[in-house]
Design a protein around this ligand. Structure first.
Ligand SMILES: Nc1nc2c(ncn2[C@@H]2O[C@H](COP(=O)(O)OP(=O)(O)OP(=O)(O)O)[C@@H](O)[C@H]2O)c(=O)[nH]1
Ligand SMILES: [Mg+2]
Ligand SMILES: [Zn+2]
Ligand SMILES: [Zn+2]
Ligand SMILES: [Zn+2]
Length: 498
């Protein structure tokens, strides 16, 4: 069988078929089964075709996606008029979790931007007996549907594996979970009809079942390949744009996370520290404000003026210089001194009779005494200067905060724009409360305590943080942002028209 790596071409005669789905749903097995139709094997033949041989010994067994990387296979089979690029993808939702899923998205993006520019069929592979969808599966479907643009609408198919003659139970499960996978048509297959050809050695009942499943599968492949023959290939440009937007959002969310959790949290912390300092300083200032006490006239000073030609009027009773520079030098003239009124002094504390006053060769001065508590003074001064620098710091921090918040707003607006672009472009969106779902996952990890659960919980917490940020961004629809979105909306619809 001639198999080469994917052919890069725009030729309409090559159909690009992609299989996508949860891990273990049988994508790779289905491709192998299809080979038998494409290369016209009969049930009775003693051989079967395998396009892909995956060695089943990976660590993690079936819990880990068997297919690690997107693989594309170019074939020119005899059963169709066209050649095929068959694209097998790793399954979403394996035990490696969120990061591995993101990695698949990156791989799809890479494939679309480097290898194929159009697609003919995107096949969602789902197990037919899938009853009830777990919250994990809801998440997986939101990942699956969220990565394709809505121009693919008509080129989406659902392939139910593990199917029997009944209507797949999964259809109801999807409906019950409000998961609407827009699709052109669905088909049923049970790969078990293809994986054994040694029909001689198996019991009769199994042989009959295998033959029925083989027939059902062959009919399915015939219909499917016929159906896609007449389909128009769809450009992957919008899907590329959508995936780019998703990448952009990832970056914005990372930035928002850094600014909020690191920059702003740090500044808030610093601000709190400075405010605490001010509270402490205010207390120190309040309690130590009266670090000095002044005692009035407590200190006496004698200034010698002998030989200076200055006379004084000094009360000898009060020991007080009533007039420092008196023109009357003789004691008997003191009743003429300026400070004497009606024979009594107006200056000295006891207002003595003029005769108590004499001219003496010194001036008596009474000074106030200041007592300083040096410890309290230190605390007060220190408090004032610390408060000053804290206030200066606060101004600086607040400036930085304003800057960070502005930056945050800018990025939030950009992220919101991106989200709105995605909402307009995306194939389908699953509405469910992601935070609640993540809490459920965290709870079940905590209860089960399976190997590596702590790591997984840390990762889930990270996803939760991101979801919180996305919710915050979505809520930040103030007047300004709404305008920005409006502008973006018109821009997008203009682009669509081109
Ligand atoms: N009985 C039955 N078993 C199937 C069917 N399809 C696949 N299997 C089995 O399911 C297991 C997983 O199949 P894979 O083809 O590896 O699944 P996958 O979707 O490629 O998984 P990933 O590569 O991990 O995404 C294998 O053991 C298959 O043999 C089916 O229709 N019926
Ligand atoms: Mg696989
Ligand atoms: Zn005088
Ligand atoms: Zn006097
Ligand atoms: Zn006196």
């Amino acid at each position: 069988m001639a198999v080469t790596k994917c052919k890069k071409t725009n030729n309409n005669n090559i159909k690009n078929i992609m299989l996508i789905g949860e891990t273990g749903t049988g994508k790779t097995t289905l491709i192998n089964s299809m080979m038998n139709y494409l290369y016209q094997v009969n049930f009775g033949d003693s051989y079967r075709y395998y396009l892909i041989n995956e060695i089943n010994n990976k660590q993690g067994g079936q819990a880990m996606s068997q297919t690690d990387k997107i693989s594309t296979y170019y074939i020119r089979p005899p059963a169709t008029d066209y050649a095929l690029n068959i694209i097998d993808t790793p399954g979403f939702g394996d035990t490696r979790g969120y990061e591995f899923d993101l990695n698949i998205i990156q791989q799809i993006k890479h494939l679309f931007s480097t290898t194929i520019s159009y697609i003919d069929a995107v096949c969602f592979v789902i197990k037919a007996p899938q009853a009830r969808l777990t919250c994990n599966q809801l998440y997986i479907y939101s990942q699956l549907l969220g990565n394709f643009a809505n121009n693919l609408n008509n080129n989406i198919f659902i392939l139910f594996t593990f199917a029997d003659s009944n209507m797949p139970i999964a259809i109801k499960s999807l409906q019950d979970s409000n998961i609407n996978i827009p699709h052109n048509k669905y088909y049923k297959i049970n790969n078990s009809g293809f994986n054994t050809f040694d029909n001689k050695n198996i019991n009769k009942i199994n042989k009959i079942t295998n033959k029925l499943y083989w027939k059902m599968g062959m009919e399915t492949f015939k219909q499917f390949l016929n159906d896609i023959q007449h389909l128009e290939p769809i450009s992957l440009q919008p899907t590329q744009t959508l995936l780019r937007c998703k990448n952009e959002i990832e970056n914005y969310i990372n930035k928002i996370h850094r600014i909020k959790m690191h920059d702003i949290a740090n500044l808030d912390n610093q601000l709190k520290q400075q405010k605490d300092i001010i509270v402490q300083c205010n207390q120190d200032i309040k309690f130590n404000k009266k670090y000095s006490e002044t005692i009035k006239n407590a200190v006496f000073e004698t200034i010698n003026i002998e030989g200076k030609g200055i006379a004084t009027t000094t009360c000898l009773q009060c020991n007080f210089s009533c007039h420092d520079n008196c023109p009357y030098t003789k004691d008997c003239d003191k009743h003429l001194c300026n400070v004497i009124m009606n024979g009594y002094c107006v200056k000295c504390p006891r207002k003595c009779h003029w005769s108590e006053h004499s001219n003496v060769p010194y001036i008596l001065k009474q000074n106030d005494k200041v007592i300083i508590d040096s410890n309290a003074k230190y605390k007060y001064k220190n408090g004032v200067s610390k408060k000053n620098s804290a206030q200066k710091m606060i101004k600086k921090i607040e400036k930085k905060l304003v800057k960070s918040e502005r930056m945050l707003n800018r990025i939030m607006n950009k992220a919101l724009l991106c989200m709105n672009r995605i909402d307009v472009m995306v194939l389908a969106e699953i509405k469910y409360n992601k935070i609640e779902y993540l809490n459920q996952l965290i709870n079940s990890e905590e209860n089960n305590k399976n190997v590596g659960y702590r790591n997984r919980i840390t990762k889930l917490q990270e996803i939760k943080n991101r979801e919180h940020i996305i919710n915050i961004v979505r809520r930040a629809q103030n007047a300004k942002t709404i305008n920005v979105i409006r502008r973006a909306r018109t821009k997008i619809s203009l682009q669509d028209k081109v």
